[in-house]
Design a protein around this ligand. Structure first.
Ligand SMILES: CC(C)(COP(=O)(O)OP(=O)(O)OC[C@H]1O[C@@H](n2cnc3c(N)ncnc32)[C@H](O)[C@@H]1OP(=O)(O)O)[C@@H](O)C(=O)NCCC(=O)NCCS
Length: 454
């Protein structure tokens, strides 16, 4: 099997892993109106239809703000605002309803093209905002309740419920509601495992957020921040809030982050911020743990942990090509099993993608070895974080120094603070095992120095 074949097999394996994990669970898609105007829209609809047909329970919440703005403008109706909330006057309300249903209808049409049935419904009970700070909010409302029983029945029939930005009071009076609020309430009430926030802007790009405390290794190939814990997202939200004036799309990013954080607080395990212009972004985010947007995860998503016997096949799969290329020493399952306690693995969504070990050679020195990263997961900080974990482990175990023996990775270890050292400075037992033919170079890190640097 050549490299292309094996990477395709790995991709298929990964897709099956996620299919079995999430099929049957509810996912809410908040889709901004500008997405509908973008050439990528039919592709997005095809992907959502595919998800619905293959057993995912898809709920759509369309954002209609820009469409409402343009309809009101067309009919010469001026909107007034209280802070960011539109005051929907009685004269504007019929036009707001018209725009909201037009948007919902376009989504339904998009799904029909892929033979998926959808239902636009009165699934949200609303309440008027009344008078706020002396301003009569008229027909602007808030969500009182999401009627989950009806939505669940529709999902059970394999159809897609669409929740426009209109809600009704128990007396049947319509109110204009913020679609973010509907998406949040629906995700929470339906126990959604995921909320996708789909828009068409650059989103959380590292270069635009320099100095905002982006965690190391969280930046993907397209420069987008790939994954954040809610705490990290909170920090970025603070930084983004301070920059609203300088970058126009930051206001949008801020409201998306607020929605994402709100959803993770109410128990949605994962929120994905997606740019619809990136082809297949929803599928990539769902079926690969690298994704292409930004994921805010409140559940256990990635961790470094000690090796279990069942992981040995996985780490051999990662190490095998590197052993063949001579980058790593030859090891068999039995060798790893024997030193099982020394190993640690990097797990992402229940799959192993990197490994490493810390061997005790006495004299207060530990060897960091067998560091290997799955090539599909290279350059996102797994190797670095594993080495840091092993250094921390060495420090806790009372080692005074850690070292590595390497033939090709000296520059990388130097970046991590290691310095070349003579073979004679290694523990005697290790010197005796030194492979003269391999001629590896030794690099070491003194742990006292590391602690004083922190
Ligand atoms: C070295 C290795 C573990 C790095 O894994 P990783 O998870 O991709 O590492 P990180 O994401 O933390 O770091 C990647 C950075 O190091 C750089 N890098 C990777 N290998 C390097 C090397 N051999 N020399 C110098 N820099 C290297 C990358 O270009 C990247 O740079 P960037 O951050 O500027 O983009 C991985 O390439 C590997 O498995 N190598 C083969 C096995 C090996 O040599 N192990 C070490 C001997 S124990």
């Amino acid at each position: 099997m050549d490299n292309t074949d094996s990477s395709q097999v790995a991709l298929i394996r990964e897709a099956f892993h996620y299919q079995s994990r999430f099929a049957g669970s509810t996912m809410v898609f908040k889709i901004d109106f500008p997405v509908l105007e973008d050439p990528s829209f039919p592709i997005l609809m095809r992907d959502l239809a595919l998800l619905s047909k293959t057993g995912f329970r898809v709920v759509i919440v369309p954002g209609a703000k820009e469409r409402i703005d343009s309809v009101l403008k067309e009919y010469d109706i001026v909107s007034t605002y209280l802070r960011d909330a539109r005051i929907t006057s009685a004269s504007a309300m019929p036009f707001v309803e018209m725009a909201a249903f037009h948007v919902a209808n376009r989504l339904m049409t998009g799904l029909s093209a892929d033979r998926v049935e959808a239902v636009i419904g009165n699934f949200v009970r609303a309440r008027g905002l009344g008078v706020v700070d002396g301003a009569d909010m008229e027909n602007s409302g808030c969500v009182e309740k999401v009627l989950t029983d009806s939505i669940v029945k529709i999902l059970g029939l394999g159809m897609v419920p669409i929740l426009p930005c209109i809600g009704w009071s128990p007396a049947g009076r319509p109110y204009n509601l913020p679609s973010d609020e509907i998406a949040l309430a629906a995700s929470s009430a339906l126990g959604a495992v995921k909320l996708f926030i789909v828009s068409v802007h650059d989103g959380l790009k590292a270069d635009a957020l320099e100095g905002a405390g982006i965690p190391p290794g969280a930046v993907g190939e397209n420069g987008r921040i790939t994954r954040l814990t809610p705490q990290e997202a909170e920090e970025i939200l603070k930084a983004v809030s301070a920059r609203t004036e300088t970058l126009p799309f930051m206001k949008k990013v801020r409201s998306e982050l607020k929605l994402a954080l709100g959803a993770s607080k109410t128990g949605v395990e994962r929120v994905h911020l997606i740019d619809a212009r990136e082809s297949g972004s929803v599928l990539r985010e769902l079926f690969s743990n690298l994704g292409s947007g930004t994921m805010i995860y409140a559940d256990e998503y990635e961790s470094i942990r000690p090796l279990k016997t069942k992981d040995i096949a996985d780490i051999l799969r990662i190490m095998e090509p590197l052993m063949k290329q001579g980058m790593l020493l030859q090891r068999r399952a039995g060798d790893i099993q024997e030193k099982k306690e020394d190993y640690a693995v990097f797990e992402i969504d229940s799959s192993i993608h990197a490994c490493g070990a810390l061997h005790d050679w006495g004299e207060g020195q530990g060897e960091i070895a067998a560091i290997a990263t799955d090539p599909a997961y290279a350059d996102i900080g797994l190797g670095r974080r594993l080495v840091r974990y092993l250094i921390d482990r060495a420090s806790k175990q009372g080692f005074r120094r850690v070292f590595v023996l390497t033939t090709k990775t000296q520059d990388w270890f130097e970046l991590l603070g290691f310095k070349e050292c003579p073979i004679e400075s290694l523990p005697e037992r290790r010197q005796k095992k030194y492979d003269q033919a391999r001629k590896s170079k030794a690099y070491a890190l003194t742990l006292e120095r590391l602690q004083s640097q922190q």
